[in-house]
Structure formats: structure tokens, C-alpha cells
Write a protein that binds this ligand. Sequence first.
Ligand code: FES
Length: 140
Amino acid sequence: MADRELPAPSRSAAAVAVCASADLADGGDGVRFDLLQELGKRRSRAVGFVVRFQGRVRGYLNECRHVPSELDWQAGRFFDRDGLYLICATHGAMYRPGDGFCIQGPCAGQSLVALTVEERDGQVYWIPDSRFSPVEPSTP
Ligand code: FES
């Protein structure tokens, strides 16, 4: 086989499949995924995540604006108990799920870094851009 095939539907154009739509309940657990963050001339591994809120899928870099640590207190647990806010496990900053704006906590007034995501045909995709790129498959 000359060309390396990607398992359908893992990629469509520049989109990277993250999870099935059914994996995201409204206000429920999110799905994490690895990515590479472009930092000038170097790249750093980072984590993104997607959640569903009020029916729409949102994606953010999994990094609190107070201290660059991941938000989820257990993998994929981003929402508070009521499913209304994304909450940082470290010091409790509360972010609006719809736009990532921090309404309470040490980084109030700042916003999570939003990722471009889309949902179609029962699948959630992340769209890489100049800031973030997919993690290349490991090479033997
Ligand atoms: S690291 Fe998130 S609130 Fe402090």
C-alpha cells in the first residue's frame, strides 16, 4: 500500500475526530485529547478538551488561566456539580462553558483559550490552526 490510510472517519480535511457526539452529555463529562501547542520556534505537548453545554459542543485548551495546570479534577470532569460552570480543580476558578470566561476565582476576567470544534454526522471534530496542531502518530 503506497499511501497510508487514516481510519475513517478520523480525519476529514483538516478536521481531527475527537469523539462521538453521543460521548458528550450536556453538562456532563468532557473528552480530553492531546495536541501540540506552537510556541514560537518550539512545540509543546498540551491537552485540549470538548464538552457539551446547552446543546453545543465547545472546545478549550485544558489550561487554567491562573496557573498553567489542567482544569479537570478527574480526567474529563470539568463541570461543577450542577453542570453550569467549568471549574478548575486546583483553586476553584469558575469558567462559563459557553465562552470560557472566568467569572470567579483568582483569574476572574480572563478566558480559557478556545479551540475550534464542530459537530457533524454524529462526530465531534477539532479543527487545528496556527496555534495548535495534531500530535503526529508515533513512529517506530
Ligand atoms: S490553577 Fe486554576 S484557579 Fe488556580
